[in-house]
Design a protein around this ligand. Sequence first.
Ligand code: ZN
Length: 201
Amino acid sequence: MRFLPHLFEKNRAWAARHTEHDPAFFERLCAIQRPDYLWIGCADSRVPANAIVGMAPGELFVHRNVGNVVHADDQNCVAVVQYAIEVLRVSHVIVCGHYRCGGIQAAFGPSMTGPIEAWISHIRKVRVQHADELSGLPDDDARWKRLCDLNVIEQVRVLSGLPIVLDAWARGQQLDIHGWIYDLHDGLLRDLEVSVNAPPK
Ligand SMILES: [Zn+2]
């Protein structure tokens, strides 16, 4: 193996672990994909979706980007949402942010150049919408942490207004959207208690 042989080595060991006690593990996965959950999380390497909810391959449909942003004009994200809801028919969409998120921190910093600034601008808007609450917090760490929460809450709101989601609810499809936050300090998830399963009134 010419490039990155250690990664192929790890891959072989990983595959072997799965087939050791269950030789048909991968064959079964080939046959069907039926996850019940769509996870929309941050691309941060410290927040591996399947690992932190203890889920095996096949159990979680995943979309990740910087700062776990959902935007109606982002065809990548919206196509994932559409496929998850209309084809896989997941029952739950989980938006999961995390504390100490670099994408959220960037929304407090100076303007950057290129695509990253266009992306972060979505989070800057959330910061501006909640400027009063954020300015009342004691320090920058508290403001950073709170914007991690507020950003998740905003993405749940955006999701619950997407035509794909509204159509699913209109035809009576069971679909819950949840907002969670992951704490890097203890590896634990917290439910922000903003779950919705019907259109906003
Ligand atoms: Zn992040």
